[in-house]
Design a protein around this ligand. Structure first.
Ligand SMILES: *Cc1c(COP(=O)(O)O)cnc(C)c1O
Length: 414
């Protein structure tokens, strides 16, 4: 669904990607509405009959058209900044379905979140809890709180996106979390509602997720014995996707295993999926400008760069790169590289492709952690974003102009 090849030409739903690139230029992010809706529906389907909330992790792709699409399908949102909260509100999302994660929530961010009435703060330290108590007291409200537990499990993913190990900055170790929860019950403006964890991203094995769940359940039972009732468990995001040949767990299997582990406990469930909702609902289109042969390599020089899509450079991520239409050239191994002045600026290495100057390429799996991580490095305007819905394209973010880039900068007085 979403992106398919018809007679060797790539289609985004009902539209030929060549036509989309003609219309909107390159580099250009293209998303499929149907693909993201289908990915979200898998969560809803697997959670039928439970008390639950699927809080899409806004950071994976925060365009307000994406948020709007998911909100209309019943999604809540996991945010990590007040900026993301404002996006959710601008997209028509329900603040009552928002959970707020992140290790540094400033008092002004807490204030805004309390004013709009979010579902829950996922608190990550004792110091944060004290500040939240005082902000809530100022507003004369009670802040709903979940404590983020760091279960010290190895998610087995790239170190930069592994978050559930003792040495990581995230969450509170189990013993300290128990102490924090006891303290929280004595705070007038704090209302404990849940426990949460998020151990990492692009997990291709569900056993670390289930290990973390077991630790949360032990805590739930121990707290119950002390008279502290936990109402929901938030298991974060992290389910991986297939970029190449990974075999991530099916959402249905993972959630079935979670439901089984809960037994007959009276617990609501929250999930915070990001990547598994949007990664394969997007491609980045980029055009080959020059072909360049050196003694060591054949380079295809394209108009997208690490500033547009940083995952290969930052995480050594492998993403599928394919031509969007057939071509007479002899297939050979190419390094696909962009215009940025860094050797680390590559999108893919040693890819067997038939390329000519002008070939349009699709970088697959670019719907998550793509546009949102783009920058203006080398004074490159950020790409356009287009959402396809059936046979209709919608420009959901205009390509930046150089004027946009210079706005807010000032020369010194003469
Ligand atoms: C990034 C993040 C997520 C989403 O992770 P995915 O791997 O994209 O599903 C969920 N929760 C928290 C707290 C996060 O930081």
């Amino acid at each position: 669904m979403g992106f398919t090849y018809r007679n060797e030409r790539l289609f985004a739903e009902e539209l030929d990607c060549e036509a989309i690139a003609e219309e909107y230029g390159t580099p250009c992010y293209v998303y499929s509405r149907a693909a993201m809706e289908a990915a979200l529906a898998q969560y809803h389907q697997a959670l039928k009959g439970c008390e639950y909330l699927v809080c899409y992790a806004v950071k994976a792709n925060s365009n307000i058209a994406v948020l709007d699409t998911l909100a209309r399908c019943g999604a809540g949102f996991d945010i990590v900044s007040v900026g993301e909260l404002e996006r959710v509100l601008a997209a028509g999302g329900d603040p009552g379905k928002v959970v707020f994660s992140g290790v540094v929530k400033r008092p002004d961010e807490m204030r805004r979140a309390l004013q709009v009435g979010i579902r829950c703060f996922n608190v990550e330290s004792a110091a944060e809890l004290e500040v939240l108590q005082s902000v809530a007291a100022e507003l004369n409200v009670r802040a709903p709180v979940s404590v983020r537990v760091n279960p010290d499990v190895d998610a087995g993913t790239h170190p930069y996106i592994s978050t559930g190990l003792r040495e990581n900055k995230f969450g509170v170790a189990t013993d300290a979390a128990m102490a924090l929860l006891r303290r929280a019950t004595t705070m007038e403006n704090i209302h404990i509602t849940g426990l949460d964890c998020h151990i990492g991203s692009q997990l291709v094995d569900m056993s670390p997720l289930l290990d973390a769940l077991q630790q949360l359940l032990l805590m739930v039972d121990a707290l119950q014995a002390e008279g502290i009732h936990i109402r929901h468990l938030d298991l974060g995001g992290g389910i991986g996707v297939r970029y190449r040949d990974e075999e991530p767990p099916a959402v249905a299997d993972y959630i079935a295993a979670v439901r089984e582990a809960l037994g007959d406990r009276d617990l609501g469930l929250v999930f915070e999926p990001g990547r598994s909702i949007v990664a394969n609902a997007g491609v980045l289109l980029t055009r080959v400008h020059y072909l360049k042969e050196t003694d060591a390599h054949s380079f295809a020089l394209v108009d997208a760069a690490m500033n547009d899509f940083i995952r290969p450079a930052l995480y050594q991520a492998w993403v599928d790169i394919q031509a969007t239409s057939p071509n007479d050239a002899e297939p050979r191994l190419w390094n696909i590289v962009g215009p940025v002045c860094e050797t680390g600026d590559f999108l893919g290495k040693d890819r067997e492709l038939a390329l000519a100057s002008g070939t349009l390429l699709a970088i697959h799996g670019a719907g998550a952690y793509g546009f949102v991580m783009s920058s203006n490095y080398n004074t490159r305007p950020r790409a356009a974003e287009v959402m396809i819905d059936g046979n209709k394209p919608y420009l959901i973010r205009e390509r930046e102009t150089i004027g946009d880039l210079l706005r807010g900068e000032h020369r010194l007085p003469q």
